[in-house]
Ligand binder design. Structure first.
Ligand SMILES: Nc1ncnc2c1ncn2[C@@H]1O[C@H](COP(=O)(O)OP(=O)(O)OP(=O)(O)O)[C@@H](O)[C@H]1O
Length: 946
């Protein structure tokens, strides 16, 4: 067994930074294995013509190794060829000679990929070479010497086990063969021929393949042996057990952080491919069926060779056309060769002089493959995008349920009608039997149609999600271009302004034109490709929508048949069954969507904090730089500015970010466990005409909108129904939002400038806007206002909106939506805050968590404050406000008030990733899923109404 490498959970499997998510170019690794001479070759008197050059004593191979192949046809005595070399040298990443063990091969080639797979990267290993060269031996091996399959899977499960404290995994596998250009499921051969489908991202899916969930390597090996028994193997002249098909083992690993942290799901795919042997018809002496097989094998390998040629020639440029569509094999290996995968090719040859030609061709192919580059990026399933589609699916299903239920009701009425019953009783037995058979047929058809529709709906969800991912990718590239364009314009304007700023002049007297950097050229190329992909997605989507409409029509026609053709009892049963199927699907979809909403929210929160932190650092740098300049030039700042600076410094010292972290954590706690709340202000006429409180003119002239940190439940929806599209639009990640003019709610297409502005800190600004909104609340509630001389009048708002409303009415106040929103937000916080035992709280001294003193008159009646919330003696509204020339920073004074208590180390965004407990296990920084449990209560999650 291979020695297991200890895996370090933190760097590779921690939360991804933005850098980590960037795709990286990766060279395809090519290894070469020479098998020992076999008995037939020895009998034929073959000599060894392939030699590894260099030593390979260490288990892990050195950077590159060479192989020397001698041409046995060249006569050393021939004077005409005296100056021609009989040897040809090939350099590979690693070369294994006849003595290399299975373990050595594994450790030097695949072992390093395992870590990546469990943390969301794709990896592929494929064995290539002529028939009988040892491909199956390397991949599958024997009981005594297991091959790469078992060794990889053992390591994979071991790595999973080591990180199971922090991470949740689910592993599934599928095993297929491509034989004569058709795909067969080796785990379920009776399923017939399977189809390859390509989604808009170009990822290949095999429709209808059996995916088996597994929990250990042995289980997979059992499935593999079962599958191998189904694999097409025949004796040929070169190999007694020649594999006549390409076998593909796919292992899929889903990884997510345990405890519902703000993480996304990572999806790693490992392909292990044992190719059929490349062969020459003359050499294999195959005839009839074998020859036809050989032709197919060669055709697909030829297509593979062509792809390798094209890919190696383009040398990483993505513009060159590579025809993956020539064979199923190349379509399946598309990602492995030219896409998102870390790929290893293990080429195999026989060292025998009798196999010189095969060995030479194989080596040439393998040598070319070395130039191939793939672009590796972590697969993150961004969960939020699918919610909109789920909502559509749910409402569709609901409509169908209503329809079916009304049919059942009608049926019930008929049953209670005695005349109809009489008729049924008199139905002859034969007819009854016929009708039952007919009924069963219709039932099967209906269920089939339902499944088909669901599959199509899911594909639509996938497509939509892909579309949005493409959009985000495009945004990133446009951003690079926009940056460059801006720099160029800047450069030109500098040059135009003339004088000292002029660029150096080159030898010909012409101005040096700033040439476009490679990343910008690449970005332009990518944008074009992405545009093409987007068009492709749109076409696919339109096609699928058409098919779905057709399927729906067919199903409704089938339903129409029901009352005419079946007895009432059977009909009733079928309708109920259908209803149940739909209801289950609704429940399932709702659960998925619910889950996605929460994950989306938590991810956004993380991102917002990260952006905020980056922006804060930038501000700090700018301010410090300017102060140094002022000092150096003896410029004194006017007193108001100095005052603002003092405020700012104090703000930093007190760690406002920490308070924001706490606030956001409390928000997520309410979301993680509580029902989805309606805490967003409804867009009413009242606000549409005037600038909203959460919008702010920024120094660079853009208007930003508050990211929706909380979810909304539509008031008129049933309790278990999700909000409709308005909810979804609010949940769209900020990248997809363009700065909008005030009052406009739709998202116009993204412009490069808009993208730039977003990148400049939309989220952090939006966060600031959130706090401004609460400030607006303060003002509107009349509790805390810069004009109000007694901020101590502030109260926690009463948790009874109806009562507040009556007070409002009495006071003659009209509530604005932003006020209602802020109030609800505060009520949520107030409701959860005292009961939440937050890990971050333990890092704070109680004095840091002091709300303002509850005294004096207030618009809201006073409510008791939690015991640890002591009145703050040093409450100053100004502490929470920082006003700059272009933007105001206002923090939630009403949430967390600090005084001059001892300072503590500032909390940085990474702290939200959690801490490590005494046993070294990582703890989530977020409040527990169910805060009420902490209090020893027996609060149960409310059951979803059926
Ligand atoms: N490195 C090796 N050490 C010992 N025996 C080997 C080695 N490589 C291959 N063999 C033996 O050579 C024979 C042929 O190997 P294998 O079936 O793996 O070839 P293959 O390339 O998969 O052929 P095909 O393409 O026809 O399926 C087998 O009996 C195998 O045990």
């Amino acid at each position: 067994m291979p020695s297991q490498q200890t895996t370090d959970p933190s760097p590779a499997r921690g939360s991804p930074t933005l850098r980590e998510m960037e795709p990286k170019d990766q060279q395809l690794m090519v290894a070469l294995r020479i098998r020992p001479l076999n008995s037939t070759e020895l009998e034929e008197g073959a000599t060894v013509i392939a030699h590894k050059v260099g030593d390979q004593t260490s288990r892990v191979a050195s950077k590159t190794m060479a192989l020397v192949l001698m041409d046995p046809g060249e006569d050393p005595e021939d004077p005409l060829r005296a100056h021609r070399s009989r040897e040809r040298t090939f350099i590979f990443d690693t070369v294994f000679d006849q003595q290399a063990s299975q373990e050595t091969v594994y450790c030097a080639t695949i072992q390093h990929l395992v870590e990546g797979v469990i943390s969301g990267y794709n990896a592929t290993v494929f064995a290539y070479g002529p028939s009988g060269a040892g491909k199956t031996h390397t991949m599958l091996g024997m009981d005594a010497e297991p091959g790469i399959y078992l060794q990889t899977l053992t390591d994979l499960f071991q790595a999973i086990e080591e990180t199971q404290d922090n991470m949740e995994y689910s592993v599934s596998m599928s095993y297929l063969e491509i034989y004569n250009e058709v795909i067969r499921d080796l785990l379920n051969p009776s399923s017939g021929f399977l189809e390859l489908r390509e989604d808009s991202r170009g990822s290949i899916q095999i429709a209808g393949i059996t995916e088996v969930s597994t929990s250990n390597a042995q289980e997979i090996m059992q499935l593999l042996s079962k599958g191998n028994r189904q694999r097409t193997q025949e004796p040929t002249a070169t190999n007694k057990t020649s594999s006549r098909s390409h076998a593909v083992l796919q292992v899929t690993v889903h990884q997510r952080r345990r405890g519902g942290g703000a993480e996304e799901v990572r999806l790693g795919r490992l392909f292990m491919v044992d190719l059929a042997g490349s062969e020459r018809a003359a050499q294999t002496q195959n005839q009839g069926k074998r020859m036809k097989e050989g032709a197919h094998i060669n055709r697909s390998l030829l297509a593979l060779g062509n792809c390798i040629n094209a890919l190696s020639e383009k040398g990483g440029s993505r513009a060159q056309y590579v025809n993956f569509r020539d064979s199923k094999l190349t379509r399946l290996l598309k990602d492995a060769l030219g896409g998102n995968s870390r790929t290893v090719m293990i080429a195999h040859i026989s060292p025998a002089s009798t196999s010189f030609e095969e060995s030479r061709t194989t080596l040439l192919y393998a040598y070319r493959a070395k130039n191939i580059k793939t672009r590796v990026k972590r697969n993150l399933l961004n969960v939020s995008y699918r919610i909109a589609q789920y909502t559509d699916v749910i409402s569709d299903l609901r409509r169908e349920i209503e329809h079916l239920k009304s049919k059942i009701e009608k049926q019930d009425k008929k049953r209670s009608d005695p005349s109809i019953l009489d008729i049924q009783v008199t139905v002859p037995h034969d007819t009854e039997e016929d009708s039952r058979l007919q009924m069963n047929k219709i039932r099967a058809q209906l269920i089939g149609a339902f499944k088909e529709q669901m599959a199509m709906r899911r594909s639509l969800v996938e497509l939509e999600s892909t579309n949005i991912e493409l959009h985000i990718d495009m945004s990133r590239h446009l951003l690079t271009i926009a940056d460059w364009e801006r720099e160029k314009t800047h450069h030109h304007s500098d040059v135009d302004s003339g004088g000292q700023d002029k660029e150096p002049v080159d030898a010909d007297g012409e101005e040096a034109e700033a040439s476009e950097p490679p990343e910008v050229a690449l970005a332009r190329e990518e944008v074009n490709l992405l545009l093409a992909e987007q068009q492709k997605t749109a076409a696919l989507k339109a096609g699928l929508e058409q098919r779905l409409a057709h399927a729906k029509q067919k199903a409704s026609q089938m339903e129409k048949l029901l009352p005419r053709q079946v007895t009432s009892e059977d009909q009733r049963e079928v309708l109920q069954l259908l209803c149940r199927a739909h209801e289950l699907e609704v429940e399932n979809t709702e659960l998925q969507a619910d889950n996605l909403c929460r994950k989306n929210l938590l991810c956004q929160k993380d991102f917002v904090i990260q952006r905020y932190h980056q922006h804060r650092l930038l501000c700090e740098q700018v301010i410090q730089g300017q102060r140094q300049l002022m000092q150096a030039n003896g410029i004194s700042a006017p007193e108001p500015l100095e005052q603002q600076y003092r405020l700012y410094s104090r703000e930093l010292g007190e760690g406002t970010l920490d308070r924001l972290l706490l606030q956001l954590s409390v928000m997520s706690s309410s979301l993680q466990d509580g029902p989805i709340m309606n805490v967003s202000p409804p867009a009413t006429e009242e606000t549409s005409g005037e600038p909203r409180g959460d919008r702010r003119e920024l120094p660079w002239g853009a208007t930003f909108e508050l990211p929706q940190m909380l979810l909304e439940r539509e008031r008129d929806q049933k309790p278990n129904a999700l909000g409709t599209k308005s909810l979804i639009s609010r949940l769209q990640p900020m990248e997809l939002r363009t700065p909008q003019p005030a009052g406009e709610m739709s998202s116009p297409p993204l412009s490069a400038q808009a993208l730039k502005e977003m990148a400049l800190g939309t989220k952090s600004i939006a966060l600031i806007a959130a706090s401004r909104r609460c400030k607006a609340y303060d003002r509107e509630g009349g509790c805390l206002d810069s004009r109000d001389p007694s901020p101590a009048d502030w109260r926690w708002p009463q948790a009874s909106p109806s009562r507040d409303r009556s007070l409002d009415r009495k006071a003659g106040r009209k509530r604005s939506p932003s006020f209602t929103w802020s109030l609800q937000q505060l009520q949520t916080l107030e409701k959860h805050q005292p009961s939440v035992e937050h890990p971050l709280e333990s890092q704070l001294s109680p004095a840091h968590l002091q709300p303002p003193k509850p005294a004096g008159k207030s618009f809201f009646p006073a409510v008791p404050v939690a015991s640890k919330m002591k009145p703050s003696p040093s409450f100053h509204m100004d502490e929470n406000m920082l006003q700059g020339p272009g933007v105001s920073f206002t923090f939630l004074s009403t949430m967390w008030q600090s005084n001059s208590a001892p300072s503590r180390p500032p909390l940085l965004p990474r702290d939200i990733r959690g801490s490590t407990d005494s046993r070294g296990r990582r703890q989530s920084p977020l409040p527990p899923n169910n805060p009420s449990k902490l209090q020893g209560g027996s609060a149960k999650r409310p059951r979803r109404p059926k």
